[in-house]
Design a protein around this ligand. Sequence first.
Ligand code: SAM
Length: 231
Amino acid sequence: VLSKRLSVVGQEVPQGARLADIGSDHAYLPVALMLAGKIDFAVAGEVVKGPFESAKAQVEKSGLSEKIMVRLADGMAAVQEADAIDTVTIAGMGGTLIAQILAGGKVGGQLKGTERLVLQPNVGEPQVRLWLLDNGYEIITEHILEENDKRYEIIVAEPCKGDKQLSYTQDELFFGPFLMKEKSPVFLAKWQQEAEQLRRVLQQLQQATTPQEAKVAELTLELQRIEALLA
Ligand code: SAM
């Protein structure tokens, strides 16, 4: 049974997809989606030997070795031309790493710019949105959820169609264009908690013996942004 987090990622994978799950660890996501008849083919990419072996064992145990290719590779290098991948999932990593993996896929030619992307950064969500914006991807929906006292954001993007001019405001990049409109209870709880933490850090910085003016200015701006959203 998939975690709630991976279930929501899986819900955003289209029926009949040819999926690349990068940083697949145990390959839980592609295995569950294949067993549910949701996807036709998958690549499970892993850069670390241990998780790669776990993924292979999981796929073999499930009798899916013909349909899920487990490959030891850095990022999108796991994908080959003949795979004809149309959907990419990258979950459970920092936003900076996700953006690096996508950028590497673009340079390497494995990411064509036609795929649907389903991304679940643990931190650094704005970096992911910025990469999407800079690379002609439009965010088509977002989710936020809570599981085991942690909150997760899921960002779904597709290539921007036609000659639509994409732009996001600073607030949209920071909070998420869909999430900030929806203002769900989980979203509000996340930003209330962030604001409280910022206030505590600011108080400590202001009491510090060495002046921390630049940091104080930066965090004050961030706090103001959050307070304006919550107001
Ligand atoms: N995607 C799974 C999930 O969401 O439950 C696993 C998340 S796990 C915390 C992150 C995985 O990404 C690790 O197994 C790690 O080895 C792998 N990883 C990190 N950087 C990677 C890269 N550049 N290419 C492929 N896999 C990577």
